[in-house]
Design a protein around this ligand. Sequence first.
Ligand code: MN
Length: 221
Amino acid sequence: MNPESLPLPQRATPAPPYGDLAGHSFRLPVLPYPPEALEPYLSAVSFSFHYGKHHHAYVGNLNKMVSGTAYAALTLEDLIRKTSGMPDKTAIFNNASQVWNHTFFWHSMRPGGGGQPNDRLMAMIAAAFGSYEAFKNAFMTAAVGQFSNGGVWLVQDGDKVRIVKTSNAETPVVYGQNALLTCDLWEHAYYIDYQNRRKDYVQNYLDHLVNWDFAVARMTC
Ligand code: MN
């Protein structure tokens, strides 16, 4: 996955609505929809924390740590790959990865989402899981079964798709997998709207929020 193929804003985006990150290497990307656009499934209040505080803080922390270093000139994806698995660079990796993962998560949803993907992706899902319902069940099982913080992803690996779970700031970026979709499973992602009901949150993500157009646009074959 090279940065040029990634339809995500990483730099040179308009000024973020929260805080002042001007002049730093990495910017908080603009949300692809207004913060209230996913109500009632995810609230504007939830976005004010998840995007406005958490995502914002990852960007701020990252900039503080890489300021004045060669890392500041890298693309976000290269920075993630270069710091992955380096014990003395864990904090940089965690924040860089969380910047990328959150931007990807916002794009994985849209107002009026849900439904099923187009025929091409649907065929790959049917080949991997048997049916769309079976895919949803597998996605739910993976999401509910992920212990503590992390994420659940649909990734493309060659001509196949599969579901992968990640822990903490782990990201498919470092595994050479082409991410198509993600659902953030950190408690901060759902606690304001769902408290401890992670299953209800993921169910609504699949039924009402998931952005199959984005997933299809990400496909490499
Ligand atoms: Mn999160």
